[in-house]
Design a protein around this ligand. Structure first.
Ligand code: ATP
Length: 460
């Protein structure tokens, strides 16, 4: 396995991520998904949904709004408590998140310190190397919008949700009654969240707009420890089953001082990115904090079987997980062939996450019609993504398909015209097999491989 490297330019080159509004020199450090990561993202969200919702007998789904009433975030404590500690360099005016500037031990003692203004920072500013910082101050991370219809109207403030789960908590009774479930049960949701981050860095790792895949699992206090263990294990298995190098994943239980305002305990899952370890999933025991507060502030009973349930939350960041998967998948290999040695770059993605499971490629121009027919036939026989690719050289096609992680390349050559067989090249081993395109032999082979990958994941 190679050392992780900063693959930002690689991902841009191969259509994974583009700087947003680049033609207007627009939003700094913001990214749009290109065609290949759009496919990857859809597949990743689909896998998560299957593993955390569809194949979990206790769980159902939800899709609540991004726009959030201020009273929701007042009750959830976000208006008051959702902040990071900010310091500014008085020399170069660069802003820093204090917990990222100093060591974890120093930050813990800072949090425990009564008078925060007296805290002195021993590190220099990473931008100008001077040690001239302002006093630490709290910086609220909420982003807001205004729903006024005309300019004359009073401001009608709404927030863009900072986490998807509040939509689940405020709909708790409606969900529980409509699905007629008793405890325990869980509600999964995937969607955008927004945070006014102090600093943005490491490409898609930290952005103001991002997606989360969250599960809120409701259970009784008595059963909480059992479910805490269960969901911790599930989250860990989900992450590690998508990585080639499982040693790049780590767990970290947060100290009391580090806990978010809603949590009784939290374990974060980390990945060893090219810039160092970074959190990509957070598993929290939120206790009855959210339901109790919403119940008090709204006057609605948010109970089931006479009790306020406790909540175990599993919260994955979609883009952070994607970045981890892409960094882990990237490999440079030296290949020996009859012409000597050559380098290949390949994304060894979990096959179900490859933007395309299969690419159909004609060996030369005169075979394009035949290749198109085979592609069309496959579309009716398979249930995974397939792309048709035309280039002047089969070598270039293999190079490109390896670089974006396509799992199988199907090559149509002269022999195909004679006997209706096709070459199937596997991405990782580059092994080539020949299959008949007739009688569904090819599609049966591909469907079986696809199902095998599914079965592995479902067992996690
Ligand atoms: P951090 O300490 O890195 O700011 P956090 O502890 O505030 O993250 P959580 O509130 O636990 O993050 O959110 C759950 C998950 O949502 C994170 O593990 C991460 O994957 C994702 N996430 C949070 N903030 C961002 C962001 N600004 N950009 C991208 N993903 C994010």
């Amino acid at each position: 396995m190679n050392e992780a490297k900063d693959i930002t330019s690689y991902l841009k080159h191969y259509g994974f991520f583009f700087p947003s509004a680049e033609i207007y020199q627009g939003l700094a450090k913001s990214w749009d998904c290109g065609p290949n990561s759009t496919e990857l993202k859809r597949k990743l969200k689909d896998l998560w949904w299957k593993c955390f919702v569809t194949f979990q007998p206790y769980n159902v789904g939800s899709d609540s709004l991004i726009l959030t009433h201020p009273r929701v975030l007042e009750a959830s404590g976000h208006l008051k408590n959702f902040y990071d500690w900010l310091v500014e360099c008085s020399n170069c005016q660069k802003r820093h998140r204090l917990d990222k500037l100093i060591t974890a031990e120093e930050f813990t003692s800072f949090l425990a310190q009564e008078n925060k203004q007296e805290f002195s920072i021993s590190q220099n500013c990473p931008s100008c190397d001077k040690n001239k910082f302002t006093n630490p101050r709290q910086f609220n991370l909420l982003l807001s919008s205004d729903l006024q219809i005309t300019n004359q109207e009073k401001k009608n403030l709404v927030y863009l949700r900072p986490e998807t789960c509040q939509g689940i908590f405020i709909n708790f009774s409606a969900i529980q009654i409509s699905i007629r479930k008793k405890l325990p049960f869980g509600v999964g949701q995937i969607g955008k969240s927004f945070r006014n981050e102090i600093t943005l860095h490491h490409g898609i790792f930290r952005t103001r707009e991002f997606e989360q895949m969250e599960l809120e699992f409701f259970c009784s206090l008595e059963e909480k420890e059992k479910w805490w263990e269960y969901w911790n294990q599930k989250a860990w298995n989900f992450l590690t089953s998508l990585l080639n190098d499982k040693n790049k994943a780590q767990k970290k239980a947060l100290d009391q001082e580090e806990l978010p305002h809603y949590a009784k305990k939290t374990t974060d899952l980390y990945f060893q990115y090219h810039f160092g370890p970074g959190e990509l999933c957070s598993i929290s025991d939120r206790g009855d904090y959210d339901l109790k507060n919403h119940s008090e502030k709204s006057g609605e009973k948010l109970k089931v079987e006479g009790i306020t349930p406790h909540v175990i939350e599993v919260s994955f960041g979609v883009e952070r997980l994607m970045l981890a998967i892409l960094e882990d998948a990237y490999q440079e290999e030296t290949i020996e062939n009859s012409k000597g040695e050559k380098k290949r770059e390949v994304l060894k993605l979990y096959p179900l996450l490859a933007p395309y499971f299969v690419a159909v490629i004609p060996w030369k121009k005169s075979l394009r019609e035949k290749a198109k027919q085979i592609y069309q036939k496959l579309l009716t026989e398979i249930n995974f993504s397939v792309i048709y690719e035309e280039t002047d050289s089969i070598g270039k096609s293999y190079h490109y398909q390896d670089a974006i992680g396509t799992y199988y390349c199907l090559t149509v050559d002269d022999q195909t015209l004679n006997d209706e067989t096709i070459t199937v090249r596997e991405r990782d081993s580059r092994e080539q097999l020949r299959f008949s395109c007739q009688e569904q032999e090819l599609s049966q082979f591909l469907n079986q491989k696809y199902q095998e990958c599914w079965k592995k994941l479902i067992k996690i």
